[in-house]
Design a protein around this ligand. Structure first.
Ligand SMILES: [Zn+2]
Length: 396
């Protein structure tokens, strides 16, 4: 096994699962176990200033010529399946037949037809009991592979590099304590995607909607002209939301109910609001306020509290302002013989928030897929090619 794959597996075996309920930063202390290892390895690679700050974020810098390019990947893993006891399996020269992960689970082309593209390649998969954590330890291993190559090739001329390994990306808190000053880059890349020919420069604008309704509770027998059932008002509210703008029908943006509960006296429901277009998202907000106003006219004694909070923004307007990183990524992909595809992420990325903070950060692929679950995989050839692509990007 070559040292890049070995490095990925070494990181994948360290449990760094985030937790959305602790309220601490990092959300789980164990993320620092990987952070400490990375600081040690970064120093061994000659990035002498490598350190982990009080929030668990690892920063390191390497001198070079030209503008400072930032490289970022996240250390935490997703919450859907456990990250404890990761036991990666290697499938050499995959013949396309079912990959039996364990007695219960297999990876099959029937279920994942896109994997046809990987027949004949070597894969790293799980043993069916955990996720793999290629999201985003593949990204970390790619960045470390780049730094290793630079150390081994002193003749390779490159830009100065600023490296940051962040925590809690999976719970949307990657940028929370991220410091542009500590990073000190002019623009950056997150290495946190799937297919290696994709450059992600767009993502959803995201809001959360919370609606709390207070009805008027009396004994139903005395309810005539008095009782207002909060559950009923809630269900009217939800049914007045535009039906065709749900994930089932809509692709470009939607509202999606995530929870609804309560009693006849009090209810609360939560939905996520997503759209690539800011205007369309704001039009949906307007529609929500109109529904509230109409229901308040119908039920003047009810209380309806609508709260819309911002979660993240589409990075596109920011990326458009500084085309340097996207141009560099495009040129690098062509250099290794790939035609760049521009990807729109139907979700968020830390880079979207970094871009808004002033550090334009498009996202690059890692050669992994089926993230957040036990069917996750890493395509070894693509992962290694990604190291070449990032080397092309940082070359000077
Ligand atoms: Zn990720």
């Amino acid at each position: 096994m070559n040292k890049n794959v070995e490095r990925f597996i070494r990181y994948a075996k360290i449990d760094t699962q985030a937790d959305e309920n602790t309220g601490t930063t990092p959300s789980t202390e164990k993320q620092k176990n990987l952070g400490r290892l990375l600081v040690k390895e970064l120093k061994e690679l000659g990035l002498d200033d490598a350190y982990m700050d009080e929030y668990g974020i690892v920063y390191a810098h390497l001198d070079g010529e030209g503008e400072v390019i930032g490289l970022n990947a996240h250390m935490d893993t997703a919450l859907e399946v456990k990250d404890e006891g990761v036991n990666p399996q290697i499938v050499n020269n995959w013949d396309g037949k079912d990959i039996k992960l364990n007695e219960q689970y297999s990876i099959s082309l029937n279920q994942f037809p896109h994997m046809k593209a990987f027949i004949g390649k070597d894969l790293v998969v799980t043993d069916g009991n955990t996720l793999l954590g290629a999201d985003d330890k593949a990204g970390i291993a790619i960045i470390m592979g780049v730094l290793d190559y630079i150390k081994e090739h002193p003749e390779f001329k490159h830009h100065p590099l600023a490296v940051a390994f962040t925590v809690d990306e999976e719970i949307g808190e990657g940028p929370k304590h991220f410091s542009l000053e500590k990073m000190g880059a002019e623009y950056a890349f997150t290495v946190d995607g799937g297919a290696i020919d994709e450059i992600a420069i767009e993502n959803f604008n995201a809001q959360q909607l919370k609606v709390k309704i207070d009805g008027v509770a009396v004994h139903p027998g005395e309810g005539k002209n008095t009782l207002i059932n909060a559950l009923q008002v809630q269900s009217e509210f939800i049914s007045m939301l535009p039906e065709k703008e749900t994930p089932f029908y809509a692709d470009e943006g939607y509202w999606h109910l995530t929870s609804a509960n309560g009693t006849s006296e009090k209810t609360e429901f939560v939905a996520i609001l997503r759209n690539f277009s800011r205007e369309k998202l704001e039009a949906l907000d307007k529609c929500i306020y109109e529904i509230r106003d109409n229901l308040l006219k119908k039920y003047p004694k009810a209380k309806i509290n609508v709260e819309i909070s911002e979660q993240y923004e589409n990075m596109k307007p920011y990326v458009d302002k500084d085309p340097r990183p996207v141009k560099k990524a495009e040129a690098a992909l062509r250099k290794v013989g790939l035609e760049p595809k521009f990807d729109r992420i139907k979700g968020g990325t830390d880079g979207a928030t970094f871009s808004k903070m002033g550090l334009v950060t498009p996202n690059l692929g890692t050669g992994s897929g089926n993230h957040h679950g036990r069917f996750e995989y890493l395509v070894i050839q693509d992962f290694e090619k990604m190291i070449d692509i990032v080397l092309e990007i940082v070359k000077n």
